[in-house]
Design a protein around this ligand. Structure first.
Ligand code: ADP
Ligand code: F6P
Ligand code: MG
Length: 349
């Protein structure tokens, strides 16, 4: 190939800039030119008034001073039209018009679905896993996960100090959509007492018991790390619990929040409990060394594959080595949690 494209799509992840840099620099070394598309698949659809707002020719200097920066300078966005075939066909015709022979799509499972749609229409794509969620089964880690994890750990350490001082229990909600990886790794690295993930059913009664048990054991603070997607795996009849307690009568069961769960646990256990949602702090920040190295390896690999006319795959890492996986398989999630780490959190708490 002589000209390739690159875009970042879905939720941003620290290390996306380092990935773009690697794609561009490796492509230029391999005598390919690179078009950078802005705002995910929107850029390829060229919906902006000014075309310069949709794409830009990349030079070696376009990616200077980017390796250490969080976010993505090509910007990212969701593009819901792209799920429809006429828009996918339009994208391919735009790419061909620009002489772009293959596209590197950096993002998560949703982005890979989009890339697979292009593949099914005969267009060459490479997927690069850029998401803090670490929710792709085929690769050991996704770009951004390590940084998000380290950010979460730093926040949990701070909350542990104030919880210790006040002898409180704390629920700390981390991101990850339907995947418990950020929660599990944060919990293990922070010595959390409990981790609640979407992959496993749980009850508030069990949580309240854990808090009571922790108090009996003389713990000054208790950290319960919640994955944001775990609320739907709650098995308790919360409506019945709230009905029994006047102080909980205002809780709306349909839109349960972690603050409300904290109040329920406080009521059931008799121990002061607070909630913190870490939110978008986990998506920002300068990428860690691990993410910069992963981004550089995967980005350069993607360019080299396109140079050799290999496409229709996602790149990843297994056993420390670079691997490829057909994109239609790479977009699958794991669905199960790491039992070894879960058992270890329990054993060490
Ligand atoms: P992520 O890539 O981080 O998982 P999303 O799930 O939001 O993020 O997906 C990012 C974008 O990928 C969507 O806004 C859309 O443009 C594209 N996409 C997602 N699912 C599909 C699909 N089934 N078909 C085509 N494109 C899709
Ligand atoms: O996929 C990354 C992620 O940060 C998830 O962890 C989270 O559920 C989601 O994106 C938030 O998306 P948005 O940026 O649309 O609020
Ligand atoms: Mg996703």
């Amino acid at each position: 190939m002589k000209r390739i494209g690159v875009l970042t799509s879905g939720g941003d992840a620290p290390g996306m800039n380092a990935t773009i840099r690697a794609v561009v620099r490796a492509a230029l070394k391999n005598e390919m030119s690179v078009v950078g598309f802005k705002r995910g698949y929107n850029g390829v659809l060229m919906t902006s008034k000014e075309q310069t707002d949709d794409f830009t020719m990349m030079t070696s200097r376009s990616v200077s001073d980017k390796i250490h920066r969080g976010g993505t300078f090509l910007m990212t966005a969701r593009c819901l039209e792209f799920k429809e075939r006429p828009y996918q066909e339009k994208a391919i015709s735009n790419l061909k018009l620009l002489g772009v022979e293959g596209l590197v799509c950096i993002g998560g499972d949703g982005t890979f679905h989009g890339a697979n749609a292009l593949k099914q229409l005969g267009y060459p794509v490479i997927g690069v896993p850029g998401t803090i969620d670490n929710d792709l089964a085929y690769t050991e880690s996704t770009i951004g996960f390590d940084t998000a994890l380290n950010t979460a750990i730093e926040c949990v350490n701070k909350i542990r100090e104030t919880s210790d001082s006040h002898e409180r229990a704390s629920i700390i909600t981390v991101m990850g959509r339907n995947c418990g990886d950020i929660a599990i790794h944060t919990a293990l690295a922070c010595g959390a007492e409990v981790v609640i993930i979407p992959e496993k059913p749980w009850t508030v009664e069990e949580l309240a018991d854990q808090v009571r048990w922790g108090v009996m054991k003389g713990k000054r603070s208790m950290i319960m790390v919640f994955a944001e997607g775990a609320i739907h795996s709650l098995k308790s009849d919360v409506a019945a619990i709230c009905k029994k307690h006047d102080s909980l009568s205002d809780i709306s069961v349909d839109h349960l929040t972690s603050s409300q769960i904290a109040r329920i646990i406080e009521t059931l256990s008799g121990h002061e409990t607070r909630a913190t949602v870490l939110g978008y702090t986990q998506r920002g920040g300068s990428p860690t060394a691990a993410d910069r190295i992963l981004a550089s390896r995967l980005g350069a690999y993607a360019s080299t594959l396109l140079r050799d006319d290999i496409s229709g795959v996602a790149v990843g890492v297994r056993g420390g080595s670079l691997i490829t996986e057909p994109i239609e398989e790479a977009m699958n999630g794991r669905g199960t949690a790491n039992e070894e780490l879960l058992a270890l959190i329990d054993e060490l708490s």
